[in-house]
Design a protein around this ligand. Structure first.
Ligand SMILES: Cc1ncc(COP(=O)(O)O)c(C=O)c1O
Length: 533
């Protein structure tokens, strides 16, 4: 591709995407297509010969664009993936073109400086001081893993990096935790049985009496408490654990406090519901996800650490092939020495450009708009004859249940799943639900819920170079409906209360690991044995 072609194709792509964004509201939120059809679209052997860029783009228009989940649609209220802000989209384009590898200073000097500054903005937001540091990660999953690794290494007085886990340790988090915590406890070598999943109170916050009891019980059995994981905005309902109280217990017990603010970190920018006074800065490490509520396009998460030197202690290996002889003054920041990843994309650019273009103030107003919408939906539901809110939303997540039905647990599951499915099929709203069942909900139920959801106002004015009303609404949909719950089926309702919004709940291992796999159209062996010479 020569520069002229690059320019032509680039302009064409920008036009295509501007068009897509401008008309996104006219499309269904979720594409109606079978997985097998999609697999067939792309079932072709490795291309051996070149095709004109025009033809390749044409294929995208035919096979990709019509079958995307339109995450930027105002009716998208599913998993916590925001409508990406367009400056972030452009930043990712620039990032790929420059291909700075910020793992090492020499492969991206200015990019390293910008990423360092971006991390500093985040640590400042969290309330950390000058000694803080961090890394931008692929998301909250990886950030929670790093948080647990930092905890393990600190608890072992930096022996675990060499010797592995020598003691019996325990980690404490509420039942509302994200599954990434379970994975992290496994990945740092403790085994999932070391995780104590503690009950929550009526507002879905960790119960401190249960935490105290679990720690006492572990101590009695010779198990050492290693880490408490607090949650600053649970995935299901946006609940906030009491961080100050967790800090006090962590100090008394000599354990690391990691706080998962992957979702709730956005509330640090809120003007109307400021959450900068909730003690987040007391955590030893924090997960925060700019690709959630700072509206950055995927992917960019962050692990923030109160003392940056803990990152170096945990990850500081310097292989000879990366030695930087020119850095006599030790001024060149080498991310690979202070983090898990080596080669890594310049994720900071989209966060940096978003803050520069919109300012924290404007982003905070968008966040307030989302929370306002969740609260508005809550008030509509409170007066609704057929539905009711299952919890008061502290952030933008909201659970809904149906008042009318009085079926048994299985039936109510099916009913709610079917209502959710039909609302989605309507094409204007996408939300989370996972169970499927044959029961037929009354059409009025579907209609009234759709109306209710659609009538939450758009209050997110978005000053945009695309200057269209449709684009202005794209930042709207962070209101998150995480499930519907049935009145008259208390056990079902209770099980959800314990962290079980439909579709996000399971921490059980999937037996064969292939539960949702679509059959491959080709003869690819998905589980090849290593070949022996
Ligand atoms: C509280 C919480 N922590 C961690 C994660 C994982 O984040 P990611 O999907 O960015 O890996 C999520 C995702 O929804 C979350 O809600």
């Amino acid at each position: 591709m020569n520069p002229r072609e690059f320019r032509e194709v680039g302009h064409r792509v920008v036009d295509l995407l501007a068009e897509y964004l401008e008309h996104i509201e006219e499309k269904p939120v979720f594409p109606s297509v079978e997985p097998s059809t999609l697999a067939q679209f792309f079932a072709e052997p490795l291309p051996q010969n070149a095709s004109p860029a025009e033809k390749v783009l044409g294929e995208l228009e035919e096979k990709l664009l019509p079958y995307c989940t339109n995450v930027g649609h105002p009716g998208y209220m599913g998993l916590i993936t925001p409508s990406p802000n367009p400056v972030g989209v452009i930043a990712d384009f620039i990032c790929s073109a420059l291909n700075q590898n910020i793992g090492a200073y020499t492969i991206g000097p200015a990019a390293v400086a910008m990423e360092r500054r971006t991390v500093r903005w985040l640590t400042d937001l969290a309330g950390y001081g000058e000694e803080a540091g961090g890394n931008l990660t692929s998301g909250g999953m990886m950030a929670n893993f790093i948080g647990l690794k930092l905890a393990r290494d600190w608890a072992s007085r930096d022996k675990a990096q060499e010797q592995g886990v020598q003691e019996r340790w325990a980690v404490y988090a509420s039942e509302e935790r994200h599954v990434s915590v379970d994975k992290a406890v496994d990945a740092v070598g403790l085994g999932r049985s070391a995780l104590r999943a503690l009950p929550t109170d009526a507002e879905f916050r960790i119960r401190l009496d249960a935490l105290e009891a679990a720690i006492a019980e572990d101590r009695k059995r010779g198990i050492r408490p290693m880490c408490i994981v607090g949650i600053f905005g649970t995935t299901n309902t946006g609940a906030l654990d009491p961080i100050r109280e967790l800090r006090a217990i962590a100090d008394r017990e000599g354990v690391w406090l990691h706080v998962d603010a992957a979702y709730g970190g956005g509330m640090l920018l809120s003007h109307a519901w400021p959450m900068r006074n909730r003690g987040l800065e007391l955590a030893d490490s924090i997960t925060i996800d700019p690709h959630k509520w700072f509206y950055a396009p995927l992917d960019v998460g962050a692990i923030l650490v109160k003392h940056e030197r803990r990152l170096t202690a945990s990850f500081g290996l310097k292989p000879s092939y990366l030695t930087d002889e020119l850095d006599r003054a030790n001024e060149r920041y080498q991310y690979y020495v202070h983090g898990f990843e080596q080669s890594r994309r310049f994720r900071g650019l989209k966060v940096w450009m978003s803050f520069k273009r919109y300012g924290a103030h404007q982003i905070g107003e968008w966040i307030d708009g989302n929370v306002r919408q969740a609260k508005h939906l809550h008030s509509l539901l409170a007066e609704h004859p057929e539905f009711e809110p299952a919890s008061e939303p502290p952030m933008s997540a909201i659970c809904i249940r149906h008042r009318g039905a009085d079926p048994d647990e299985a039936q109510s599951k099916e009913l709610h799943a079917e209502v959710a499915r039909r609302v989605e099929q309507g094409g204007t709203i996408k939300w989370i639900h996972a169970c499927i069942g044959p029961q037929d909900p009354p059409p009025s139920l579907v209609k009234s819920l759709t109306n209710c959801l659609s009538s939450t106002p758009s209050s997110c004015p978005w000053e945009t170079p695309l200057s269209s009303a449709a684009a202005a609404k794209q930042l709207w949909p962070a209101v998150r409906i995480v499930g519907v719950q049935a009145e008259g089926a208390p056990s079902y309702f209770l099980s959800w209360r314990q962290g079980r919004a439909v579709g996000t709940d399971t921490c059980d291992p999937i037996a064969d690991g292939l539960a949702t796999r679509t059959p491959e159209p080709s003869n690819v062996d998905n589980n090849p044995r290593p070949s022996r010479a």
